[in-house]
Each structure stands twice: as C-alpha cells, then as structure tokens.
Design a protein around this ligand. Structure first.
Ligand code: CTP
Ligand code: MG
Length: 229
C-alpha cells in the first residue's frame, strides 16, 4: 500500500438543493461520502484517505467512518481548488495522491487500478476521462457557429493522480496568476506538465443535481450485479 486518496468534501452542494450538503445524502444504507471513501479504503494500493471538510461541518463526526484509523480530515476553503490545496498541505510532497470528488460515489476499484497502472507505467500524472459521444457545437448567442470535432474531446473525471508536491506548487502558482483551476489537471497543464488521459467508465458521474441521486443508486446496483465493484 503506497498511495493517498484525497477526497474534497467541503462543498455545500448548492445545485442539489437539499437540506444537507450532497455528500451527506444517503444512497441506500450509506451516505455518498461513505460510499466513495469505502471504495478507496478497500483498494489494496490505498494506504490513507484524506477527507477535506467544510469549516462548519457537523455531519462527518457522526459517521462510523470518523473512527477509521486510516482516515484523516482537514479543513477546506471557499473553492474546490482551495480545499484540494488544504489536503495537499497535509500530504507528503514526494508521494503520489489520487484526488477524487467525494461526490463521485460510482467510482470502481477497477478504474482506480487502471489509473494507478497507467501512472506507474508511464511515470507521468494522469486522469480518468471519457471520450465525448455527442456531436459538439460551438455557439454564438443562440445560433450554431460551428461543429467542433469531438475526436479530441474528453470529459475529465476523477480520480486525478499527481505527485503531491508538484500539484500543490502548480495549483498555488496558477491561482496566483488568476488562471481558472477547475480540476487538478488544469493546474498541471498551466505549468506545461504532461497529463495522461486514461479511459474510465462513463458511470463515474458527479452527483450534482437532484436527478443524479437516482442515477448513482442505479449505477451502483448495476455494478454490484456486474461484480465490477
Ligand atoms: N468541494 C470542496 N470544497 C469546495 C467546493 C467543492 O471540497 N469549496 C468538493 C465538493 O464537496 C465535491 C467536489 O469538490 O465533492 C466537486 O464539487 P461540486 O460538485 O461543485 O460540489 P459543490 O461545490 O458542493 O456543489 P455546488 O457547486 O452545486 O454548490
Ligand atoms: Mg461547486
């Protein structure tokens, strides 16, 4: 066991419009955060799970997860990048970390393994991603300006795996320069560091809006019947 998983879970889930932050909504027996954390805790290559919590979080301590000795928590910030930075401050700079949205509970053991294998083989950071399927249009107001070739377009998913120290430095510098940092890869790209695209499963959705909850439940039940979890 050699890698740390860093789960940003400090968001408030405004688009979910629930009475608690979405990571604390239930997907059956467990909350979204517990479901996500369990996949990493049971992966043979993961030694530690770092969870980033909102400064006023009052739910995490009530979960049985809080008692797991392999879990450490830190306090996050206003934006996702600030929360990831807080997690990276608590990480060993020479270690590889897998940053994964707490709100992506359908992540599978096999996709985690696939990402780790790619990074180990290439000794280069990487992300799970899926190729765009729909025809893509660039818009100009409400009219189509042009069709954009989808051949080179990917949806960026998580986990995203990088050396903790390099990622921290790149996020810090990119933020200082005013660049928009919406995922870890964007900070690495800002520093012209290579990022591998590793094809992941398209059911690795981010629970964002109310309708995503039923979808996530269904994907997880499907995975159980496929035995891919
Ligand atoms: N996140 C975080 N710190 C923030 C914002 C987001 O740790 N300041 C986390 C969320 O908890 C989530 C992941 O980053 O696990 C992806 O963010 P997103 O889906 O945008 O979640 P929220 O910001 O909570 O939702 P919304 O944008 O709808 O408010
Ligand atoms: Mg958000």
């Amino acid at each position: 066991k050699q890698y740390t998983a860093l789960l940003p879970a400090a968001g408030i889930g405004s688009r979910m419009q629930a009475s608690v932050p979405k990571q604390y909504l239930c997907l059956g027996e467990l909350t979204i955060l517990e479901t996500t954390a369990k996949v990493f805790l049971s992966h043979p290559a993961i030694m530690q799970v770092l969870i980033v919590l909102h400064p006023e979080d009052k739910w995490f301590s009530q979960l049985s997860l809080a008692k797991d000795s392999r879990i450490q928590t830190v306090t996050g910030g206003d934006e996702r990048a600030d929360s990831v930075l807080a997690g990276l401050q608590a990480s060993n700079p020479n270690e590889w970390v897998l940053v994964h949205d707490a709100a992506r509970p359908c992540i599978t053991q096999s996709d985690i393994s696939k990402l780790i294998s790619s990074v180990e083989k290439q000794q280069c950071g990487g992300i799970l991603a899926t190729q765009v399927r729909d025809t893509m249009k660039r818009g100009a107001k409400d009219k189509v300006a042009e069709t954009v070739s989808r051949e080179q377009l990917w949806h960026a998913l998580t986990p995203q795996m990088f050396k903790a120290g390099e990622l921290k430095e790149n996020i810090q510098n990119a933020l200082l320069s005013g660049a928009a940092i919406t995922d870890e890869a964007s900070a690495m790209e800002w520093a012209s560091s290579p990022v591998s695209l590793v094809t992941g499963r398209s059911d690795n959705i981010k629970v964002t809006c109310p309708e995503d909850l039923a979808l996530a439940k269904w994907f997880i039940s499907q995975q159980k019947s496929e035995e891919v979890v």
